[in-house]
Design a protein around this ligand. Structure first.
Ligand code: ATP
Ligand code: MG
Length: 178
């Protein structure tokens, strides 16, 4: 799975719709302090199903919605779209488009290739591709220190995510509950 495009609207500081093409190879994001570089990485984590507001540097999940400035009103919703190139013979047939949207007072909703799905479905898609909101490939500030300080069980989870078997555990827990 290769990420191709990220679109944001009303997400954190990205109040106007913004689109970022992710070309093969290395993508660099440069800019002055506070311009939104970390917000972009958080948008990628969020659309893949991040459920912790704290790890999005907010008090509640609605804090990802543009909060307004002295001369711009706050928005009522935030939306992030991520497209990825996938195995043409796989379940998503060549292209995957995931959209997450949050509205004030209404929580988050997800769509995959135009169909409404549950958060869990999105998490499984990315877990099977050895990525996701908690992928060790996404290294945010402070993460290195967190890995060093992690308990053995937490470190094992990181290794399992990297190995692409995290999705199997979710399915096993599901099966055990049924
Ligand atoms: P640094 O170089 O310091 O790491 P950065 O480019 O990573 O900076 P970010 O942390 O991504 O910057 O962006 C921070 C900016 O996003 C701040 O100006 C903050 O006010 C703004 N911001 C965060 N959440 C919201 C929100 N809900 N509404 C409006 N602005 C927001
Ligand atoms: Mg930053």
């Amino acid at each position: 799975m290769q990420f191709r495009r990220l679109k944001l609207s009303g997400f954190k500081s990205f109040v106007e719709p913004a689109e970022l093409r992710i070309e093969p190879g290395l993508t660099g994001v440069v800019g002055p302090n506070g311009c939104g570089k970390s917000n972009l990485l958080e948008a990628i984590r969020w659309v893949m199903g991040e459920s912790s507001a704290k790890s999005m540097r907010g008090g509640g999940m609605e804090d990802v919605i543009f909060a307004g400035t002295a001369n711009r009103p706050a928005r009522d919703f935030a939306e992030v779209l991520l497209t990825a190139e996938t195995d043409p013979s796989g379940p998503h047939g060549g292209e995957l488009e995931v959209v997450r949207r949050i509205e004030r007072g209404a929580g988050s909703a997800y769509r995959v290739n135009g169909k409404d799905v549950r958060a869990k479905d999105v998490a499984l898609i990315f877990a099977d591709a050895a990525t996701g909101a908690h992928s060790p490939a996404l290294v945010s500030q402070g993460r290195i220190a967190a890995v060093i300080a992690a308990k053995p069980a937490e470190r094992r989870m990181m290794l399992e995510e990297a190995a692409g078997i995290a999705g199997l555990h979710v399915r096993r827990r599901d099966a055990e509950q049924k």
